[in-house]
Design a protein around this ligand. Structure first.
Ligand code: ARG
Length: 459
């Protein structure tokens, strides 16, 4: 009968309940945030005259001692203590006696866990943003080396128009930049202190919520206690932000897997970040991007899981909410290692520019340029130009050549308005460089875009 809440009970909890009810095996990850929260709360209680200076000193020393014990792996985590909050408070009382029993004045585990978990999420937000910036810097290095390397731009996975590899990577830089904005936006919205909301309705004690909020680095205090103790939007936001980031990582991974195949041969992942087969001696498998693609699915699962946990909960705190942590921990750790390994894989991969360029010579990538030529030079309406170009593509197919290699005489046969100057338009590099509209693929515009990302990363 040693539970903190055992006053109204006459029989002990079953060990089965202990096992089912406890979160201490995983929420101990929050020990730092929990102890920092308690230190801030105690300092506030002392300033308000609710604790004496002597009690504050005892509590502070006791909590520092507990931090040491945890970090030296000497702390005893007991499943019967249920969660880290009670485990730490119990140890504190055993270390310092009665002062330890006063720490929970004007506080509940409901605002305590909200503080701990929120601060954990906020800290991880910052780390993930840093990881994203490092990944972007590495992509930027490769992109800058390939602003003139032609690669087939595709839609429907079919050859569409010639682009350059720097431009292609620039698309991922744009995605990761948006991800950063999303994490930063969530940080600002959620940097609000739950401490002092107590169980659900606030407290009659004369507390100073602003003071504890300030100590803990929050921008302000939450507005409505009933909402605050059951709000897990901050956790859902990081799960959504990670999911979206992983979706981007997964799309890039999918391309890396394809590009590593013999059929594409656009990149070769380094030996350090590839694996072999247990049976086929020749194999070099792109396990890293494949796993990144796979892990994305697991992260989505955590987002769906928590959305579903939350959807039917009446106000305020319900024990269901305890299910918020494991999915977030897992998603955060997945995000961090994913950013790191993708960065290394990109840094060490070989880009086979000649294969990218060779791939451009099939699929009639210059077809749109012929249509644009007919519009610009021959004053033909685009719809008609499209039709005439279709004929030129059919002729090229018949000749078993790429449109970019067609001789002028065949084009003349199709439409007499086509002059010899058309051939310039069909040169693939010219086609890529012709797209000079803002955000376009021309080398000049690509360099501008990469400059934009560089400035963003320096800012
Ligand atoms: N371990 C709990 C959780 O993670 C802490 C809050 C418990 N509060 C309560 N009233 N039982 O949600």
């Amino acid at each position: 009968m040693d539970k903190m809440w055992s006053g109204r009970f006459s029989a002990s909890a079953s060990s089965l309940l202990d096992e089912f009810n406890a979160s201490i095996m995983y929420d101990r990850k929050l020990y730092k945030e929990d102890i920092e929260g308690s230190l801030a709360h105690a300092a506030m209680l002392a300033k308000q005259g609710i604790l004496t200076t002597e009690e504050l000193i005892q509590i502070t020393d006791g909590l520092n001692q507990i931090t040491k014990e945890i970090e030296e792996d000497k702390f005893e985590w007991n499943i019967s203590d249920e969660d880290l909050h009670m485990g730490i408070e119990k140890r504190l009382t055993s270390l310092i006696g009665d002062a330890g029993k006063k720490l929970h004045t004007a506080r509940s585990r409901n605002d305590q866990v909200a503080v701990d978990f929120r601060r954990y999420v906020l800290k991880r937000n910052v780390e993930i943003v840093n990881g994203l910036k490092l990944l972007m810097s590495e992509i930027l290095v490769v992109a800058n080396q390939h602003t003139e390397t032609l690669i087939p731009g595709m839609t429907h996975l079919q050859h569409a128009q010639p682009t350059n590899f720097g431009f292609h990577l620039g698309a991922y830089l744009a995605m990761f930049k948006r991800d950063i904005a999303r994490f930063e936006d969530s940080y600002k919205r959620n940097n609000i202190s739950p401490l002092g909301c107590a169980a659900l309705a606030g407290t009659p004690h004369n507390i100073d919520r602003d003071m504890s909020a300030e100590i803990l680095g929050f921008d302000s205090v939450s507005v409505n206690c009933l909402d605050t103790v059951s709000d897990r939007d901050f956790a859902l936001e990081i799960l959504f932000n990670i999911s979206t980031m992983m979706m981007h990582i997964s799309r890039l991974s999918e391309e890396l897997v394809m590009w590593s195949s013999y059929e594409f041969g656009f990149v070769e992942l380094s030996d350090e970040y590839s694996t072999g087969s247990s049976i086929m001696p020749q194999k070099k498998n792109p396990d890293v991007p494949e796993l990144l693609r796979g892990k994305t699915g697991r992260v989505y699962g955590s987002l769906m899981g928590l959305l579903t946990v939350m959807k039917g909960l009446p106000l305020a705190y319900n024990k269901d909410t305890q299910e918020d942590k494991e999915g977030v921990f897992d998603a955060v750790e997945t995000a961090q290692i994913s950013l790191e390994i993708l960065k290394e894989a990109i840094k060490t991969m070989e880009v086979k520019g000649h294969n990218m360029e060779a791939a451009c010579s099939v699929g009639h990538l210059a077809a749109t340029d012929l249509a644009d030529y007919l519009v610009e030079k021959c004053d033909i309406p685009f719809r008609e130009a499209h039709f005439i170009t279709g004929k030129a593509v059919a002729k090229s197919e018949e000749l078993k050549i790429d449109l970019s290699d067609i001789e002028h005489k065949y084009l003349q046969e199709i439409d007499s308005r086509i002059n010899e100057d058309v051939l310039e338009f069909l040169v693939l590099r010219n086609s890529m460089n012709a797209r000079t509209s803002s955000g376009g693929t021309s080398t000049i515009r690509t360099k501008e875009q990469l400059e934009h990302f560089k400035t963003f990363l320096e800012g």
